[in-house]
Every structure is written in structure tokens, then in C-alpha cells.
Design a protein around this ligand. Sequence first.
Ligand code: ACO
Length: 442
Amino acid sequence: PKNVGILGMEMYFPSRCVDQTEMEAFDGVSAGKYTIGLGQQKMAFIDDREDIQSICLTAVQKLMETYKISYNDIGRLEVGTETIIDKSKAVKTVLMTLFAEHGNTEIEGIDTTNACYGGANAFFNAVNWVESSSWDGRYAIVVAGDLALYASGAARPTSGAGVVAVLIGENAPIVVERGLRSTHMEHAYDFYKPDMHSEYPIVDGKFSNTCYIRAFDSCYNRYMNRLAAQSGNEKVSMEDVDYVVCHSPYAKLVNKSFARAAYNDFVRDPENPKFADFKQLAEISYADSLENRDIEKAFMGYTKESYNTKIGPAAFVPKHIGNMYAGAVWAGMASLISEVPSEQLQNKRVLLYAYGSGLAASMISFKIVGNTDDIKAKLNLRERLSKRTASKPEEFAEAMAIREKTHNVKDYNPIGSLDHIASGVYYIDTIDDKWRRFYKRK
Ligand code: ACO
């Protein structure tokens, strides 16, 4: 198959959000800490009415409806998530209800979990399938998303919730470039969820940032080495990339990783006249570079303008929703397609960085070879984001408290108001005495 890649995208995020300026006041931190310090605008949240299965049901159902695909035309469905409500039964099996209704029970794929990386792994599985001898000619769907929740404290303002469903097949407008994908994986306790009684992670925030940047460096250099070999041009750099999408735990880290790409370009080609001002930074060892403020400041300054054109469009949507863990990087891709007109994207290269704590990271690139206006129109993100209900920080805190109290319960009817569930959205109707969950669609 030719031009394997992204044919369509649908996104689901909750109807309620809280403003980060109000969160700053509510938490009693200095003004600007969340909005400038973390770079976030709004944070989406849900109560006990929704769970990972309901939000995935909503995203997949909407993808099928907006793209008017036959349920029998799907041959693979992969879920990437770290929101675990069952240690055995995959979210994918619940999504099968949508297809079984139409007589399709032959769909490969199951869930993949490793922090925010599950969606990338699911995506690779789906693309690999289409490119393989196992492919039966049908489409694949990748569903990536999470309820990103943190205990109250420094990490809480980086919460969020959302899921992206991606339609994959041949002759796509957004094509995966072959032979360039790079990966970095290692063992680290930067963010993990060992406590089965809680939805919250154990997180070493500062260390997780360093892990993210270190994995970025590694993936970036491996990617560039492959690009150099493939293109026959030794001096490849960010100049060969038109747009960047990075996993977004919060926008400031995305900004810092973009600056980091420029630092890597400098290390790869220190004599290049464009880096003349940074000569003295070449003395700093790699280990020291990771937390060096002079390097960060120099390259944040250097990339200030290109930030707006190359990565700003992808950063927009995550800024208005918050972290979506496995879904965040795909929300970034949806954001880019929504923010940049199709004609401007033609023949452009998009570099995507996926990171999941623990840790697993990859870089992959896409070429835009077809019209993306239809995907943008169907996503309709600006309008949908603006139509959300602006809630008070107290309501957010209450929703979190409800979830804490009802995590893992059985024989339970959710108390969250159906007023917060938009039309066409799945919600939990009841959980029976055997923990079986029953959903309805509003
Ligand atoms: N105005 C402007 N900026 C401010 C203000 C203010 N009033 N107050 C603080 N800041 C800046 C700080 O200078 C700092 O900037 P810097 O990043 O350039 O140093 C930034 O805001 C953050 O403030 P800190 O006090 O350094 O950090 P904090 O203790 O609030 O924690 C952290 C931030 C670590 C990101 C926390 O939110 C966290 O743990 N998040 C979850 C972990 C995470 O997202 N990791 C990323 C990779 S892994 C993943 O995806 C889960």
C-alpha cells in the first residue's frame, strides 16, 4: 500500500473546563504560575459520570459517524491508554459493542499501556499492520486518550482529559515517512502508578521533565542521523522540519523541547555561523546541559520566532484542555491540522515526538501530501472548545473528590449530573455488583 498514514481524526474532550488563572487564585500560588510558568490556559475535567471506556466509545462512534465509514470496513482497532479500570479486560473489548451491532467481530488489536506512550505504540502497530502481509485491505483505528489526574499539589494544574480517534489507511493526506522513526527506552521511576487503589500517579515532577528532555535529545539525534543517511545531506537540522508536534504534559515543556532541538542542532554543527553567539556553551558537558539555565535561555531566545510558526499551532489545543496522557500528542496533531490551512501544509514535514514516563519515547515524521481541510472542518476544534462550560475551581475540586471516593466501587449509580454530558456522548449509567459497567448515550 502507498501513502499509509492518517485519513481522519476525531476528538472528544469533556464539556466542562476550569480557567488556569482562577486555579492560580484558588490554589493560592503566585499569579502567572500556571498560565505563564506552565503555559496552560484551561483544564478539562470530568466527574464519576464518565470513564476511559465511555470517552473512547464517544470518540470512536463520532469518528464512524462523521466520516460515514461502514462498521465492516474496520479491520484493526488499537487503544493506547494508561487509565486502567480492569487489570485484564481491554477497553478495546468494550468498543467492540459498536462494531458487533453491525456484524463486525473480526477486528484485530488490543490495548497498549505505558504512561503517555501507549497511543504512539498503538499507532505504530496500526501502521505496521497496514504495511504488512497481515493487512486485509481494511482501515485501522487508533484510539489514544486518558483521564489525566493528579493529587492536589504542584502537578494538579497539569491535569486534563481527552481522547483522539485516528483513522489509518492508504492514500492518506498525512503520510508516515518511512525509515526515519527513532526510539529511546529505558527504566526510570519518574512517573508511575503502583497504587491500584488510586487513580493518581506517583510523580517526581522535575525528574520527569529531565527524562522527557533526555529522551527527546536521544530520539532527535537518532532521527536526524537517519534523515541524513536517507537524504544524503550530512547537515540536516530543524531547517528540514516544517512543523513539530510534541507530547504536551503542559505547554512550557513543549516550548523547552523545541528550544532543545536547536541546542542539538548546535551540538551537531557548532561551527555553523548561525550559532556564532553560542560558542561558549559548547564547553558544557551533555550531563550538565540538561539542567543548564544558560543553554535553556539562549535557545529559548533563539527559537522564539520559529516557535510561533513551527510548533505553536500544535500547542494550541493541549493548552486549552491540559494533559491527556496517551492522547496528548495526537491532540497536538489535530491542533496543527486545525490551526494551519491545508494549502500552507502541502508537502511539508511534520515531526512528532511521543513520550511516556517509565520510560518510552519515539520520534516519527509525516509528509502532508493531500488536502486536510475536511479533517479540520470535521474536528471543528476552535468552536467546540469555545462552547464548553466554564466551571469554578471548586467544581473541579468536587469532581476530583467524587472520583477519589468512588474509584473501583461496585453496585453504584454515578451521582454526576447528566447536564454536563453533551448530546451524543456516552456516560456510565450504572455499575453492578460484579463491577460490570453499563453505558448509555445521551
Ligand atoms: N509567573 C511566571 N512563571 C512562574 C511563576 C509566576 N508567578 N511562578 C512560577 N513560575 C515558573 C517557574 O519559574 C518555573 O519555570 P521553569 O520551568 O522555566 O523553571 C515554572 O513556572 C514551574 O514552576 P516550579 O515551581 O518550578 O515547578 P512546580 O513545583 O510548580 O512543578 C511541575 C511543575 C514539575 C511541572 C509539576 O507541575 C509536575 O510535577 N507536573 C506533572 C509531571 C509532568 O508533567 N512531567 C512532564 C513529563 S511526564 C508526563 O507527561 C506526565
